[in-house]
Every structure is written in C-alpha cells, then in structure tokens.
Write a protein that binds this ligand. Structure first.
Ligand SMILES: Nc1nc2c(ncn2[C@@H]2O[C@H](COP(=O)(O)OP(=O)(O)OP(=O)(O)O)[C@@H](O)[C@H]2O)c(=O)[nH]1
Ligand SMILES: [Mg+2]
Length: 316
C-alpha cells in the first residue's frame, strides 16, 4: 500500500469494513411500501392488495452480502386513526422511524395524499446521522414530465437527501435506490445470521397469507374486520410416509354477518380462500400442506386492547 492511500485512515473508516443498517419504509396506505420490500428481497415476504391498510405490523426483511447487511422494515400505512387497531398501526409505523439509519418515504405519484404527506414530513427524523430518501413510486402510471413539479413541491417542504423515482412493481429505479442506500451505510455489525431472511416466525407469514386472500376476495368492511391466527402447526407423516404440514388457523370477524360472508354459500368462499392460501404456503414452506380454516366471531376486537393482544399478538 502506498503512503498516499493510507492518508486519513485514522479518521475515515476502512473501505473494506462490513457495513450495516436499518432502513424503514414509510408512507400513506396503498403507496406500494410492501411491494417495494418484496421487490428488494426478490421474494414475497409482505402481503400486497389493492386495498389500503393491508399491512398491520412491522415486517423486517434482511439482505446480507459479503460486504453489508441491510434490515428493511416495511410498516403499516400512516393515516388519521379512527379506532384502536389503527392507532396501534400508526404507532408501529412511527416506531420504525425511531430506529432507522435511513428512511424511505414512499409517495404514490398517481394518487397524492397531501394531508398525510405533510404530517409525515413533520415527523421525519432531523438528526444528521439519519438519511431521508423520498421515493416517487408508481412512475409506470404517469408521464415522466409530470414528475418535475413533484420534485419542486417536495424540495420546498423538506431537505431530502435524495429523491428517486421508481416503480416498485416493475423494478424500474430500484437498483439505483439500493446503490444510494448502500452508500449511506456506516460500519456496523451483522444484526442477524447471514442466511436469515426475516425475524418473524413462519406462523406469521401463514396467517398473513390467509388474511391476504380474504382481503382480496371480500369487500367493504369485511377485510378490515378480519384477523387470522395460526393455532396449530405440526409436521405429520402420512401413511405413504410422505411428510405433510398440518396447519389450523382461526379467522376472526367482528360480526355474525361478516362470518357468514367469509364462509360463503355452502362454504364456497372460505374453501376458495383455503385453496389460494395453501398453494402459496406450500411454496413458502417448500412442503405439502394441509390447511384447515375455522371462522369465528370476536365482537369489536379492533377496538379492544385486550382482544387485540389476544388475537395472536399481531401488534408489536
Ligand atoms: N402500477 C403500479 N402499482 C403498484 C406499484 N407499487 C405498488 N403497486 C400496487 O399498489 C397497490 C398497493 O400496494 P402495497 O404494496 O400493498 O401498498 P402498501 O403501501 O404496502 O399499502 P398498505 O400496507 O395498505 O399501507 C397494489 O395493488 C400494488 O400492486 C407500482 O410501482 N406501480
Ligand atoms: Mg403494505
């Protein structure tokens, strides 16, 4: 090594040093936060639907290479909460900002929500050691020139470290975004073992998959009044000594009428939910799966702290 290349090494970190950090993905509901997490990971970890308020928890997805580890944290969409579940979702989302090294504030360029955007901007971390990147998502839905006023608008509102147009759906712009994120990482430890994709248990992803199918198939209040808890998860051997994973999950609704809707005529709808979910769970677990779903009523669970916790602690 020449003397020159050694200059300043006492103060500046070694370029070869392992780097890591927490990157939180925040924004209004339905802007594409979970889609972005899945695209970054190259695998479906978070459920995605066209309906707002799909995500209810922090969902951590981990990317590890020889040189760095990034823990991406997907969060519930931020809104003005109307009941306890929603206020817990908002608390959970803002909680992810607190621990972040980089915040990705995602905006849907096709559907602005200025009221929520302004509230979020007020809460963005101001500390120098935390970077704020504004993501203009869904650029596949608009003409490029229409983005220019957006850049100006946000520039006047907050000093973002970067503003990056992407399409989380097509992947357009995502490699550039990842380059930027990597450039902000500081030397740090492995937070998780290198082969770990998430810190959430398999049961969580199973219940989320069932909830996604219900959210996709049902309308109005039903998707929001539904919670899913995996009660049993067991490897069993069949007669032909083939291994199968037996899963029993309970679908909670708030009212008898919602329960009837989810079950459907002659059990048709819940059967469809079960089929769709089972295919995906089999891929996720790489195993044959026997999935049994039960629908039951737990009145007003969304408004009751004790019941919210009881339903499998799906809140942080
Ligand atoms: N055209 C287009 N659609 C997108 C893009 N990103 C996400 N979507 C769609 O937008 C909808 C919402 O996506 P999600 O990823 O669930 O959004 P979210 O921000 O996680 O939503 P919540 O969890 O409800 O806060 C889905 O129908 C996605 O397919 C994109 O880049 N382009
Ligand atoms: Mg989401």
């Amino acid at each position: 090594m020449s003397e020159d290349s050694n200059q300043g090494s006492e103060n500046s970190p070694d370029v070869d040093e392992f780097r890591s950090g927490y990157v939180s993905i925040i924004g209004a509901p339905n802007v594409g936060k979970s889609t972005l997490l899945n695209t970054i990971l190259g695998q479906k970890l978070a459920i995605v639907t066209p309906k707002p308020q799909t995500t209810r928890n922090q969902i951590r997805g981990i990317v590890t290479t020889d040189t760095h580890q990034i823990v991406f944290v997907d969060t519930p969409g931020l809104m003005d909460p109307k009941y306890r579940l929603q206020s817990e979702m908002v608390r959970t989302a803002y909680g992810a900002i607190r621990d972040a090294d980089v915040v990705l504030f995602v905006v849907d360029v096709a559907h602005r929500n200025e009221k929520i955007e302004n509230t979020i901007i007020e809460r963005l971390p101001k500390a120098k050691n935390c970077k704020n990147i504004l993501i203009f998502n869904k650029v596949d839905l608009v003409d490029k020139p229409s983005l220019l006023p957006l850049f100006e608008d946000f520039q006047n509102k907050f000093e973002f470290d970067e503003m990056i147009p992407i399409s989380a759906k097509t992947g357009d712009g995502v490699p550039l975004l990842l380059d930027k994120v990597r450039s902000y990482l500081l030397p740090g430890p492995h937070y998780f073992p290198e082969d770990q994709l998430s810190d959430l248990p398999e049961r969580f992803f199973i219940s989320e998959t069932v909830r996604e199918k219900i959210m996709l198939i049902t309308q109005r209040e039903v998707p929001y009044a539904t919670a899913v808890v995996v009660e049993e998860f067991e490897k069993r051997l069949r007669k032909n000594s083939e291994e199968i994973i037996y899963i029993r999950a309970i679908v909670y609704t708030e009212k008898q009428t919602q329960k009837q809707i989810i079950i459907g005529k002659g059990g048709k709808l819940i059967k469809r939910v079960g089929e769709l979910a089972r295919h995906e769970i089999e891929k996720f677990l790489d195993s044959r799966v026997f999935l049994e779903l039960y629908v039951t009523v737990k009145s007003d669970w969304r408004r009751d702290v004790r019941k919210l916790k009881e339903l499998g602690g799906f809140l942080d």
